[in-house]
Design a protein around this ligand. Structure first.
Ligand code: S3P
Length: 450
């Protein structure tokens, strides 16, 4: 990081706190927000979105869709977030962007848009921040090349890269070599403007927001589930999408920080409203319950085609467990904060099968191991997971020096939670990345502590 960047960093010490009390409503789901703008931009006519996450990642998607001809505008303010109107151009009608598409910190924007553009006769340059420029794009370059797109990527298949799309693209059947909703979605989105049937075979189920929303927009999409759980997902192009009215449910990955904080801070009782509980995302809640966490689902309902409930979370004495690696895709973004919960639990927590955490916004195994160790937790880092010996509820000592968050919002928020349950506080080197997914995190926390 250059001196200029270092000067702009926003460090903060998160201090020990009394009980968290009250009710909050976390912002809209990031995955669903990205997809609502992308599909809205491909449907001819007006798509209206309420509860959209107005985080930097989603705004990067909005800017890219504008650069390719769609109109994406904020028109008002609803209680749970902005109200947005997207006027789409139609599948196959995206325009050539005049400038490089700046994806900021957002892997989801990058990989899904690479899919969308791959089957359009468009050339686009993708750029991003230092974190995104280290992340592997080969996982989408491989299938999209099979469909006929070509790429000039930086070393190791990374950003900056130039993508030359093609039309008509070639439909493929692609078996996912990694459990990744982003790769699945990239291929399905490319399939929208590809004549014929494009199929993704998914041996391990990942979040299914793309499938749900594609059906909602009227795409011809079939999902077959084999006896061993393998999912075979086929989209038929060239699709015609119909504009929709979408209400984005609250993001379970944002709720996660407050769920864990309320479980760990003695005397806490927090109601988190409108949390998306799609089974492909709800892994953390079930793991925390296995650890003894008191989490009650209140008023279960459906919002925007997704299961949702309010979660009542009360302080609990947690016990360490062996986390089943099969649940990893359903809580892939929640491991950093689970590691914090495990650091305060009674006994040992073992996690495994988490190689994918090494290629997120940061290497989340190495970075969390270093950060929690600095805060006084007992952590063993293995190749594919962490083993954590918890304190049995006793506060962590806390950190002297600032912990390095490596431009990773979820590291910053997880270590903020660790600070709440420390004796001396936890110093985070930079809180700016929190704005990528949860711009109101700090004010919401302040509201619960007051
Ligand atoms: C996402 C999928 C996940 C997740 C990311 C959002 C999505 O990534 O980590 O935050 O919206 O499809 P992978 O699919 O690469 O695991």
């Amino acid at each position: 990081m250059s001196h200029a960047d270092a000067a702009a960093m926003r460090p903060r010490r998160f201090l020990p706190t009394g009980p968290l009390k009250g009710r909050i409503r976390v912002p809209g789901d990031k995955s669903i927000s990205h997809r609502s703008i992308m599909l809205g931009a491909l449907a001819v006519g007006e798509t209206r979105v309420t509860g959209l996450l107005e985080g930097e990642d989603v705004l990067a998607t909005a800017a890219a869709m504008r650069a390719m001809g769609a109109s994406v505008e904020r028109v008002g303010n609803s209680e749970s977030g902005g109200e947005w109107v997207v006027n789409g151009v139609g599948v196959g009608a995206l325009l050539q962007p005049e400038a490089p598409l700046d994806m900021g910190n957002s892997g989801t924007s990058t990989r899904l848009l690479m899919g969308l553009i791959a089957s359009h006769p468009i050339t686009a340059t993708f750029i991003g921040d230092a974190s995104l420029s280290k992340r592997p794009m080969g996982r989408v370059i491989t299938p999209l090349s099979q469909m006929g797109a070509s790429f000039e990527a930086s070393e190791g298949g990374r950003l900056p890269l130039i993508l030359k799309g093609t039309s008509p693209a070639v439909p493929i059947t692609y078996r996912l070599p990694v459990a990744s909703a982003q790769v699945k979605s990239a291929v399905l989105l490319a399939g929208l403007n590809t004549p014929g049937r494009t199929t993704v075979i998914e041996p391990v189920p990942t979040r299914d927001h793309s499938e749900r929303m594609l059906k909602g927009f009227g795409a011809q999409l079939e999902v077959e589930v084999e006896p061993d759980g393998t999912r075979i997902i086929t989209v038929t192009g060239e699709a015609e999408l119909r504009p929709q009215v979408i209400d984005v449910p609250g993001d379970p990955s944002s709720a996660a920080f407050f769920i864990v904080a309320a479980l760990l801070v003695p005397g806490s009782e927090v109601l988190i409203e409108n949390v998306g509980l799609n089974p492909t995302r709800a892994g953390l809640v079930s793991v925390l319950r296995q650890m003894g966490g008191d989490i009650t689902e209140v008023n279960p309902r459906e919002v925007g085609g997704e299961p949702v409930a309010d979660l009542l979370v009360k302080h609990s004495v947690l016990k360490g467990i062996d986390v089943d690696p099969e649940i990893a895709p359903a809580m892939i973004d929640e491991f950093p904060v689970l590691f914090v919960a495990a650091s305060l639990a009674e006994g040992k927590t073992t996690t495994s099968g988490l190689d994918e955490l090494r290629v997120k916004e940061s290497d989340r195994l190495a970075v969390m191991a270093a950060a929690l160790t600095a805060a006084g937790a007992r952590i063993e880092e293995r190749e594919d997971g962490l083993v954590i010996e918890g304190t049995g509820g006793e506060a962590l000592p806390g950190t002297e020096a600032a912990i390095a968050t490596h431009l990773d919002h979820r590291i910053a928020m997880s270590m903020a939670v660790a600070g709440l349950v420390s004796r001396g506080g936890v110093e985070v080197d930079d809180t700016r990345p929190i704005a990528t997914s949860f711009p109101v995190f700090e004010s919401m926390l302040a509201g619960l502590v007051a």
